[in-house]
Ligand binder design. Structure first.
Ligand SMILES: [Zn+2]
Length: 73
């Protein structure tokens, strides 16, 4: 079964980006999605369903600090 989409387009884009890079994305049913990194450090990041205003920016900043995350462009 495919995972449910995030209701916020900008966060759905982050989840898609993660999946493209081999991260596993679980959940979405309750209060968050769980992103698991494919690298040996197994980075885990929870992505909330109802985040506040600066959430996406902070999430992207966190991801950019992970060496295993590739930035677009
Ligand atoms: Zn990682």
């Amino acid at each position: 079964m495919p995972r449910p989409k995030h209701s916020r387009p900008e966060l759905e884009a982050v989840l898609k980006d993660a999946e493209r890079q081999g991260w596993r994305v679980d959940g979405g049913g309750n209060s968050y999605f769980k992103m698991t990194c494919p690298c040996s450090e197994k980075h885990i990041k929870m992505v909330h369903l109802t985040p506040n205003k600066n959430y996406t920016k902070r999430l992207l900043r966190w991801l950019e600090r992970r060496t295993c995350w590739e930035n677009e462009s």
